[in-house]
Design a protein around this ligand. Structure first.
Ligand code: SF4
Ligand code: SF4
Length: 307
């Protein structure tokens, strides 16, 4: 059996995940549990079954088809008993309106390369390429070790979008095929980081230092989250860290909190800590970007605001 990678999306014509026009591959599985994660379908390292209320006509075909008795039609719609569901996909095929979907597609490295080559002309004319994101792509480093040499051989610019919370040995094993790393730095205080994501940030910061020492070009990304990361003290501390310890940083993006992930949590039966959080005001983002630029002139902000 060839090694396969498991993804939840391949986004073509992406312009936010590295230079130029890119295809971004989102891998499933992440070692962090950021309270604000807007891609919760990327958290688990295995496929997920989801149900879309707007597509459902109550045909009950899925209930009849399920071999595990894992589905129920309740007042609020289809309920999935995830302790029984084996994510076999039988109900997906049975549904006449595509109201059920298994999120998670397996690819061999050759299949993935073929998909990525479709937009080669756009990469070439825009100075773009491909970005491996997630979830956390380094959770599937064995697959990347097969795929990246193929991308390299095909002359594709490769960016790696990583949360940094994996061993240095994993990075070392594939860095020779990577042109750019997009590294998330969310918080400098280790205890605040643990409270927000489930793990301390010491290993993440150390991986940042090692990437810089290896001469890897870095784009830093900081999600700006009300009540968690969106304060001047945190942004200024990240700025000092970048200025003093990451000389290869080319760009620092402050990404305004987005609540677009909210319906996804419901579909996955996951709790969402920020369900009631409002978007930030433009003035807050501007003030934080100003604090960031005091240490790192290449800092910028983007994203939706409430005004
Ligand atoms: S994916 Fe399979 S086990 Fe899960 S609800 Fe559908 S039919 Fe049942
Ligand atoms: S690192 Fe990214 S994918 Fe992982 S939990 Fe945090 S926001 Fe979600």
């Amino acid at each position: 059996m060839p090694l396969t990678g498991l993804t939840f999306n391949v986004q073509r014509f992406s312009t936010e995940d590295g230079p130029g026009i890119r295809s971004t591959v989102f891998f499933k599985g992440c070692p962090l549990r950021c309270r604000w994660c807007h891609n919760p379908e990327g958290l688990r390292p295995s496929p997920d079954l989801v149900w879309y209320d707007v597509r459902c006509i109550g045909a009950r075909e899925c209930l009849k088809a399920c071999p595990e008795g894992a589905l129920e039609l309740a007042a609020q719609g289809i309920c999935i008993d995830r302790t029984r569901c084996t994510v076999c996909g039988t109900c997906v095929s049975a549904c006449p309106t595509a109201a059920l979907e298994v999120i998670g597609r397996s690819w061999t490295a050759e299949e993935m390369l073929q998909e990525l080559q479709r937009d080669r002309a756009f990469y070439e004319t825009s100075g773009g390429g491909v970005t491996f994101s997630g979830g956390e792509p380094m959770q599937q480093v064995g697959f990347l070790a097969e795929l990246l040499p193929l991308c390299d051989g095909a002359g594709l610019h490769v960016a790696l979008d990583t949360c940094g919370a994996v061993s240095w040995a994993r990075y070392e094993s594939i860095l020779r095929w990577v042109d750019l790393v997009l590294l998330d730095i969310k918080l400098i205080d280790p205890e605040r980081h643990r409270a927000a994501t489930g793990v301390s940030n010491e290993g993440i910061l150390e991986n940042g230092r090692r990437l810089a020492r290896a001469g890897m070009p870095l784009w830093i990304r900081t999600p700006v989250i009300p009540g968690w990361t969106a304060d001047r003290e945190n942004i200024a501390a990240i700025g000092r860290f970048i200025r003093n310890e990451l000389p290869t940083v080319e760009r620092w993006d402050l990404l305004a909190y987005t609540n677009l992930g909210r319906p996804k949590y419901r579909r996955l039966d996951l709790d969402y800590a920020l369900a009631q959080a409002p978007l930030l005001a433009r003035s807050v983002m501007e003030e934080l970007a100003e604090a960031a630029a005091e240490s790192v002139p290449v800092a910028r902000w983007s994203g939706a605001t409430c005004d």
